[in-house]
Design a binder for this molecule. Structure first.
Ligand code: HEM
Length: 705
């Protein structure tokens, strides 16, 4: 204001000198509310009175329009008006015409810009362009509106925060917003606000350079520029040398707060309200069931397609409603819960009865005979048949085979400019699973399996639309092809050409043969064998590949962990001396690497929640669950709960030095549905980690998740 004072005075002098004015309108756009609000008006009145007195003219009638956003505290301004009028009369005496001050709330722009929180050095060009062109269109609209409001010959003093460089991405231009952005992200990490809210927040602010202002005025055409000046102002608002750093800091914070507080409040405040309302929900879990019939299906589907992934749907609601919430997806009620107590109660069937249930479309893709879709009794039977396949006797040769695959794959890496870890891991796990389950490890058949399994996996996350061309339809077709391959393999084995195979398929068939003469014993049918082989591929391939990818990312980002890991692994190699294939026993000599694997599984929570269905009405932790509701144990929230793991977002394998709390580590589930392949998965992760650490000293890793 003090900087603009001279310019304002000059404008008034010119206006009054060149016009006989009986009534003068003065608008203070963005007047704010506080001790400084009427200072500008007071200075203008003073200037008008002064110049008219010198010209020996009567002081014109003054109509002052105070403008700011609707949220501005105009009441506060009006309360101070009587004292203001009295003071004016005292100071100006008789040379003071009538003065009417009114409030004109509202924005002097239209709707503002889109983008990130603000421009930054790393902003894509499109964001910078969006801000700049938004400024141009707002500024032009602003000038046009003023030109309609003002009388001919009227003058406007425009005081803007600007920048001295043509480039809006210089640190000086963006620094405060960078800091604010970082502060908001800290709140996101603490779970106090939603990341989505930060993403959708665009600072409605733009500091133009002189050239942009000039260009805007010329382009709009209603005004002529009499003077254009730039002043440098300290961001702490003064040059008080006596002030301590703390006081300067406070002043900076207050200055920034004056500008951004209302912007932030209107954008983020609803979230606080939700937290307050949470406890009123009674004993039915809180939540929004969305619109009739559709529920929140569309939000769920949108989350699946978004880059953040499907868990974002759960995370946002968890943030809004707390540890328990309910929603409606595809016509069914789903309750999500994220406490260790509820995990124990549900996964162990401690309260009421819960059975595993996947949504119909997933069950259709894995097949009606899969242990995932079986009734509780039948599940027990199938699981009992599959369980022996995962014994240490099977694991031992599997580890050696997987090690050979990894060594072979990594030896090819130096020939590439870069490797995508997720892709590499997926190729490896698919190869290893196909070999272990059905003895396929190369050639056309392997390629075919890889392709078809990928199609089935994709279909699991698609809308169950059965039209030609939809992802779900393609998944069903792929399932058929896999079933054909498996059927053919079973027939070949039965006709004798399966000799020498030592895979799961062979063992299941042999088991059936052995039991052939035992009348009482239930045997797995061919369809059951086929569906469960497919289930195991699906259950083991993507999950392990994703877990490996996350692990590489976490290790690469944590130098301290990497150093410790190196030390352990190189020590191990030194001890072995000769280059040899890893064995299951070797893996037991890698205690730190095992903790790295466990910590990666905790942080990544590859299987994010475990679905069950309530078979009867029951109550858990004071919340009622109705028969037929889907109940999901949200493992990821438990893994990232600061009351369960301190500093849960820090990658710290040493947190597993001691015993973990019961039901705090749910990467492989718990209870009667615990992952059958968990030792196999951990072994694959360890082997990969060992080979990566001991083969490559420094690689730029790339992972796509
Ligand atoms: C890092 C990799 C893996 C993770 C994180 C993982 C995680 C899980 C979880 C959380 C469950 C239980 C879900 C629930 O209770 O609803 C599960 C079940 C299962 N997993 Fe895994 N898994 C992995 C690898 C594997 C592998 C390699 C195989 C086998 C080859 C496998 C086979 C299975 C099977 C068959 C089930 C169903 C068990 C049942 O319903 O009785 N998984 N897995």
């Amino acid at each position: 204001m003090s900087v603009a004072k001279t310019a304002t005075k000059e404008a008034i002098v010119k206006t009054v000198c060149s016009n006989w004015i009986e009534s003068m309108g003065i608008a203070d756009l963005g007047c704010s509310s506080g001790p400084n609000t009427l200072v500008a008006v007071s200075e203008i009145v003073e200037a008008v009175c002064g110049i008219t007195r010198r010209l020996d003219r009567p002081c014109p009638e003054l109509k002052v329009y105070l403008n700011d956003l609707y949220t501005n505290d105009f009441n506060n301004i009006f309360t101070s008006l009587p004292a203001f009028y009295t003071k004016l009369k005292q100071d100006k005496g008789t040379h003071f015409g009538p003065c009417f001050i009114s409030a004109v709330p509202g924005s002097f722009y239209g709707v503002l810009n889109k983008g990130k929180i603000y421009i930054s050095e790393s902003s894509p060009e499109s964001v910078v362009d969006a801000y700049s062109s938004q400024f141009q269109s707002d500024f032009l609209m602003f000038l046009k509106c003023r030109s309609q409001e003002m009388v001919k010959g009227g003058r406007m003093v425009l005081s803007l925060i600007g920048r001295d460089s043509m480039d809006p991405t210089t640190p000086v231009s963006c620094y405060q917003w960078e800091l604010l952005g970082r502060a908001l992200m800290i709140l996101v990490a603490r779970g106090e606000i939603e990341e989505e809210k930060v993403d959708s927040f665009d600072a409605p602010y733009y500091a133009p350079c002189m050239e942009e202002v000039k260009l805007g005025v010329e382009k709009e055409g209603s005004f002529m520029i009499e003077a254009l000046e730039a002043y440098e102002i300290d961001w702490d608002g003064g040059d008080d040398k006596e002030m301590s750093h703390e006081s300067i800091g406070e002043r900076v914070a207050r200055t920034i707060r004056a500008v951004v507080e209302s912007m932030l409040e209107s954008h983020f405040v609803w979230q606080k309200r939700w937290y307050k309302n949470k406890s009123k929900a009674g004993n039915i879990p809180p939540g929004n069931e969305g619109i009739p019939f559709v529920g929140e299906t569309l939000h769920f589907m949108a989350a699946i397609r978004s880059t953040k992934g499907v868990y974002e749907f759960v995370r946002l609601r968890r943030l809004r409603y707390g540890k328990w919430f309910k929603t409606k997806i595809l016509g069914e009620t789903h309750v999500f819960m994220s406490s260790m107590e509820s995990g124990r109660a549900i996964l162990n069937n401690e309260v009421g009865k819960f059975s595993k249930r996947y949504i119909k479309s997933i069950a259709e893709l894995v097949g009606p005979h899969s242990l995932l879709s079986a009734s509780p009794r039948h599940h027990k039977f199938i699981r009992g048949r599959l369980f022996p396949l995962f014994s240490t006797t099977s694991l031992s040769p599997f580890v050696q085979h997987f090690d050979q695959l990894v060594v072979q794959a990594m030896s090819a890496w130096p020939r590439h400019d870069f490797v995508v870890i997720q892709h590499q891991a997926l190729m490896l796990t698919c190869k290893a699973m196909c070999k272990m389950l059905i003895g396929i490890d190369s050639g056309y058949q392997l390629e075919m399996m890889q392709k078809q399994v990928a199609c089935v996996c994709e279909a699991m996350l698609a809308l169950p639309l059965r039209f030609t061309g939809t992802r779900f339809y393609k998944g069903l077709q792929a399932r058929k092809r896999i079933m054909d391959i498996l059927e053919k393999a079973i027939n070949e084995r039965r006709s004798g050409s399966g000799c020498g195979h030592e895979d799961f398929l062979q063992r299941l068939l042999a088991e059936n043969e052995n039991k052939f003469n035992e009348e009482e014993v239930e045997r797995l049918t061919d369809k059951e064998i086929q569906d469960n082989i497919l289930t195991m591929i699906i259950a083991g391939q993507d999950t392990t590949a994703n877990a490996i990818t996350w692990m590489v990312k976490f290790v690469e980002e944590n130098q301290g962990v990497l150093d410790k890991l190196m030390e352990e692994q190189l020590q191990f190699v030194k001890k072995r001396k000769t280059c040899h294939i890893l064995t299951l026993e070797d893996l037991n000599e890698m205690p730190y690497a095992s903790k790295v694997v466990k910590e990666s599984l905790r942080m990544a929570s590859v299987v994010q929640w475990f679905p069950r269905v309530a078979l009867e009405d029951c109550e858990i932790e004071g919340f009622k669950i109705k028969k037929g509701w889907n109940v999901n144990v949200d493992a990821r929230s438990i893994h990232l709960d600061p009351t369960v793991y301190s500093e849960p977002n820090d990658f710290n394998p040493s947190r597993f030095n001691g015993e973990s709390k019961a039901y705090s580590f749910l990467a492989f589930g718990m209870g009667g549905r615990t992952c059958l392949g968990k030792n196999m998965a951990k072994a694959m992760m360890l082997v990969f980690l060992h080979r990566l650490i001991t083969t490559y000293k420094s690689v730029k890793y790339s992972y796509s998740l």
